[in-house]
Design a protein around this ligand. Structure first.
Ligand code: TYD
Ligand code: MG
Length: 449
């Protein structure tokens, strides 16, 4: 390993380098923007040095083959990865501490180890702790190699000797590079360690799972700075107290984003939930005001999810608009549309909207169901329990179509819904047997329901 040289600092904004840290970059004036970086090698601009110079060649769409993929043997994980783990790709798995990242990856490697050479690098837990977890998961001994180590240069040295095909690094925040003097977990260390691991993966065609903890503030000195360096970013979502764990693809160079994998945490680790639609439907005995079933489509799979709204007279000058699992600005916009085009005013009401089960809805098809739920709570009139809805609401009060209308309708019917409210432009030419398809074009028609 190269002798440790003096630390160097680089401005995040303009890229200028300095021998000393300062609160302000003297080149561009940015505050608090200097990070420690590895010293630039002498006589050569820094950067990827693994291969001979690349030669340009004509682009030939016919000649490229699909990337070789390995199945992880865990269907829901394969799904979020876009159909398996791409050889030589780097996958970042982020999430709160304790949500199940190590559990999932230990299960994954143990399912892959018979077919592929696998290496589990644990910087966080001792071999004993990993062993105890493996026993709890009921895994049997195999070829899975375990490496308790945190120095990234040593890890990659050992890795080069073992030449694994799949490697887990748990977690990136515990790694450090000898080239830097800052502490493990600092932005500079996380970035440099990840850069070395990514280079290793690309040069040797090793698929790597990088684990990254997300700090309380939501994002931070961790995973976020790595998102652009890796091929795929998966985040764990889930409500504390609920056994369900969702894994969402935030970025994927080899597949669809927003794809969801659904798992349940059990005594024996994470179990796949193959038919997730039903788990997000909370069952009420009686139909309750303010509850509407929404047909959403996360990634490539439709899901039925319950949206609940509560509208209550507000004692505040500025009434609350609170959303869980939905964007707050979207709710404010919908209330404005409802006032302007539907004549329903809620400026003296607090409005709370919750998406049941800890799902986060990222698409506009929730607009119409959210409005129906809000209105149902406001008027204190429940909607029929066999009704589901989807549709986007435009600023002019029009109900706009959403993608994959037919597929959503089919999903709702499959789960026993007999009435489906949807945008007129999404209406099927021939509605399925035994289902009342209620099409709406204007907000007014929706409110009459
Ligand atoms: P873990 O994978 O260690 O989380 P992370 O690596 O994301 O920090 O998950 C730990 C939690 O999962 C812990 O609260 C215990 C629980 N758990 C189970 O419920 N069942 C199991 O079989 C295992 C291994 C863990
Ligand atoms: Mg862990």
């Amino acid at each position: 390993m190269a002798a440790v040289s003096k630390p160097q600092y680089q401005c995040r904004e303009c890229g200028a380098r300095f021998p000393k840290w300062a609160g302000r970059c003297t080149e561009c004036g940015a505050w608090n923007a200097l990070d420690e970086v590895a010293p630039a090698p002498k006589g050569r601009a820094g950067g990827y040095a693994g291969e001979a110079r690349a030669v340009p060649r004509p682009l030939d769409p016919e000649a490229v083959e699909a990337e070789p993929r390995w199945s992880t043997a865990i269907g829901e994980l394969d799904r979020v990865l876009g159909g398996g783990l791409v050889q030589g790709s780097v996958v970042l798995i982020g999430g709160d501490p304790g949500i199940g990242k190590s559990t999932l990856l230990l299960q994954t490697l143990s399912a892959m180890q018979g077919r592929l050479r696998c290496l589990y690098v644990s910087g966080e837990e001792s071999p004993r702790q990993v062993g105890l977890r493996a026993r709890r998961l009921g895994l049997s001994a195999g070829d899975l190699q375990l490496l308790p180590e945190t120095g990234v240069e040593r890890i990659l040295d050992t890795g080069a000797g073992l030449s694994p095909q799949v490697m887990v690094v748990d977690s990136i925040q515990t790694l450090y590079s000898e080239q830097l003097q800052s502490a493990p977990g600092s932005v500079a260390q996380v970035r440099e360690s990840a850069a070395q691991v990514v280079r290793f993966a690309k040069q040797r065609g090793v698929s790597v799972f990088l684990v990254g903890h997300v700090t309380k503030e939501g994002a931070l000195a961790g995973p976020r700075v790595l998102e652009h360096m890796v091929d795929t970013v998966l985040y764990f979502e889930g409500e504390p107290g609920s056994p369900y764990r969702l894994i969402r693809a935030i970025k994927n160079r080899f597949g669809a984003v927003n794809e969801l994998g659904v798992f349940a945490m059990t005594e024996e680790g994470l179990r796949e939930v193959r038919n997730p639609s039903a788990i997000f439907l909370s069952r009420h005995g009686e139909p309750a005001p303010g509850s509407v079933i929404l047909v959403t489509r996360e990634g490539t799979r439709p899901l039925l999810v319950e949206v609940q709204a509560l509208v209550d007279e507000s004692p505040l000058a500025n009434p609350r608009r609170v959303t869980l699992g939905l964007e707050q600005n979207r709710l404010a916009m919908l209330l404005a549309v409802m006032h302007r085009h539907g004549g329903v005013a809620m400026y003296d009401q607090d409005v709370y909207v919750n998406v049941v089960g800890g799902v986060r809805i990222t698409e506009t098809a929730a607009d119409l169901p959210v409005l129906l739920a809000v209105l149902s709570s406001f008027r204190d009139r429940p909607l029929p329990p066999d009704l589901a809805a989807f549709g986007e609401v435009g600023l002019a009060g029009e109900i706009r179509p959403v993608p994959s209308g037919r597929e959503r309708l089919r999903e709702a019917v499959k789960h026993g819904f007999r009435r489906v409210v949807l945008p007129k432009a999404n209406a099927p030419r021939r509605p399925p047997e035994g289902v009342e398809v209620i099409t709406v074009e204007r907000l007014g028609e929706a409110l009459e329901l």
